[in-house]
Ligand binder design. Structure first.
Ligand code: B12
Ligand code: SF4
Length: 510
């Protein structure tokens, strides 16, 4: 079969495409797990953000796919619908499969007959997609394939859920990066790739989709496989590697072994990025952090979530962000940040502000923490992604004020609290964050001077979009600038010049 796999062009406020364009790890993993006789092409549309329609038309012409698969997050839903409609207009007989977090957790949003989806893969797709393609190729029924919803006449039929893949037993084969057809992946000028070392998490933070997606479990690839995978990424040009594990810090000993293996394999000249919890870094950081630095880790995304205890309780993120000592349970965010920075790493600070009980002072305290201790802010608002405990809670309490999934990008406040208007929280975050981002430029300049020389002006223009000379001299209210910025952002979201087939119908959110 001829298969085209697409990831969506929609990007996130804190990872603007001028500086960050990463490959979607799911698509290479799917390609690597298909039977080898298929012709597979991958296109990450973030690489063609300004020419999505033309790129899809070219890809359809060039690869003549029998099947198009799309990987979709919730805020990319409307874009995906337009892409599907465009693909169908180019080839009405092509089969359409959707997968990833949104189709898995909100399948109802994908089964409308006008949309034209043939199958929805729920949860991990490596094995399910392989079996689906095999069955279609052989003209066999789909009923025996776990983890699927498929169109049967006017209806969708669901098969039983699929168990999470046992990575330790070799259920998932290595990714196929050679299937990628577009180029230009970058992290601030350095070619970047993504590598998985494990999947899953055993925590249950209320805002996170991971548990509903795959259950509470944690499976590891062998260290040898990870090293081979990094080598493959390097051989294809990567100079920075993002380890996209859900939670690599669940097993600190293994993480340390991985660092040793990276050093032993001579792969520590690459830059690494990783995300982790604060508690293990605060507890084990004195040995882990120097080792990470030697292995080449540069950026560590810390899921700090919030610096106030009551907010951590609400987010169910207290256990991963605190530890017991003589003084009782204490927050580990600051200790983790200090250890990482002391060992020469940069902290990307993941915080969530605008929780139901938040007052101005609570939001301000978190923003102040970020301003003082974080190198790159990654501050978001509570977002009701499908299937999370937080979403159920917000819905029951009637706190969701915006039901448009396109706005569920994390930096649009779509829920209200008891004390604060969502727009005011969003304004506070936006106003504070822009300056934090400017402060990071010297660190980038020291590492990648040419990138800053070439793109510094555009990066600043992106960060401060909505500003004018008048606003810069304080002659205009910042709220007016904020409204202009929001209008620009809304326009930016129209990535595909093609009508949305469901636009006039009420869009289901969950
Ligand atoms: C790494 C990561 C990122 C990286 C992305 C790097 C990249 N280009 O891949 C960065 C940091 C940039 C990022 C950003 C964001 N992310 Co993110 N991210 C993740 C994370 C940690 C891992 C995803 C991953 O690569 N896993 C490894 C791959 C192999 O697994 P997978 O993606 O699940 O794919 C499997 C299945 O889903 C399925 N599948 C996927 N696509 C398809 C397609 C087809 C056709 C088929 C058949 C199957 C299939 O098969 C795959 C293989 O088994 C997850 C989960 C988590 N613990 O937080 C969040 C997560 C995916 N991110 C999420 C979000 C919302 C975002 C942001 C909007 C920011 C935010 N608010 O958190 C931005 C937007 C990104 C953008 N496009 O600009 C949400 C998605 C929720 C939702 N319902 O949409 C998650 C689940 C976290 C959460 N909040 O719960 N993210
Ligand atoms: S620790 Fe991270 S991956 Fe695990 S449930 Fe919490 S946010 Fe999700």
């Amino acid at each position: 079969m001829r298969i085209l796999l697409l990831s969506m062009p929609d990007s996130f406020e804190h990872t603007p495409t001028i500086a960050v364009r990463m490959p979607n790890g799911a698509l290479a993993s799917l390609a690597g797990n298909l039977d080898p006789h298929h012709h597979v092409a991958i296109a990450d549309l973030v690489l063609a953000q300004s020419s999505v329609r033309r790129t899809v038309e070219q890809l359809m012409g060039q690869h003549q796919p029998d099947l198009v698969g799309l990987s979709v997050m919730t805020f990319q839903r409307a874009t995906a619908r337009r892409v599907i409609a465009l693909v169908r207009s180019l080839n009405p007989n092509v089969r359409i499969v959707v997968g990833g977090y949104d189709p898995s957790l909100a399948p109802d949003a994908w089964d409308h007959p006008d949309l034209g989806v043939d199958a929805i893969v729920r949860g991990e797709g490596d094995v399910t997609f392989r079996e689906l393609v095999r069955a279609w190729e052989a003209g066999q029924p789909l009923t025996g394939i776990a983890g699927l919803l498929f169109r049967d006449g006017d209806q969708f039929r669901a098969t039983p859920r699929r168990e999470a893949a046992r990575l330790d037993r070799g259920d998932v084969r290595p990714p196929s990066r050679s299937a990628r057809t577009l180029s230009g992946y970058t992290l601030m000028g350095r070619p970047i790739d993504v590598v998985e070392t494990s999947r899953g998490c055993t925590f249950d933070c209320s805002f996170c989709s991971i548990i509903e997606m795959r259950g509470r479990n944690f499976f590891r690839f062998s260290i040898e496989r990870v090293i081979d995978d990094i080598r493959d990424a390097e051989a294809r040009g990567a100079r920075s590697i993002f380890l996209v594990d859900d939670n690599i810090t669940l097993d600190v000993e293994r993480f340390e072994s991985l660092c040793h293996a990276i050093i032993a394999a001579g792969l520590n000249h690459l830059d690494y990025l990783v995300q982790g919890m604060t508690a293990p870094i605060a507890t084990r950081g004195e040995t882990l952090a120097p080792l990470m630095r030697r292995a080449g880790f540069r950026y560590v995304f810390l899921g700090i979530e919030n610096v106030l205890d009551e907010d951590l309780v609400f987010l169910k993120a207290r256990a991963k962000n605190s530890r017991m000592n003589a003084a009782g349970r204490t927050n580990t965010a600051l200790t983790a940040v200090n250890i990482l920075r002391r060992h020469g790493m940069l902290v990307v600070g993941g915080l969530i502000v605008g929780n139901p009980g938040d007052k101005r002072e609570s939001v301000a305290a978190n923003l102040e923490f970020a301003r003082r201790y974080v190198d790159w802010p990654y501050i978001q608002h509570p977002t009701p992604y499908p299937g999370t405990p937080m979403t159920r809670d917000f819905q029951q309490r009637g706190l969701v004020v915006n039901e448009r999934p396109d706005d569920y990008d994390g930096t649009t406040a779509v829920t209200r609290g008891e004390h604060l208007d969502p727009e005011e929280v969003e304004f506070m975050r936006w106003q504070a964050e822009r300056w934090m981002k400017v402060r990071h430029i010297p660190a980038v300049f020291r590492h990648d001077p040419w990138f800053v020389v070439r793109n510094g002006r555009r990066m600043l223009a992106h960060t401060f979009r909505g500003s004018t000379w008048r606003s810069m001299f304080g002659l205009e209210d910042e709220h007016d600038v904020f409204q202009r910025y929001r209008a620009i952002r809304t326009r930016e979201r129209q990535y595909v010049d093609w009508p949305d087939p469901l636009e006039r119908l009420p869009a289901p959110v969950h």
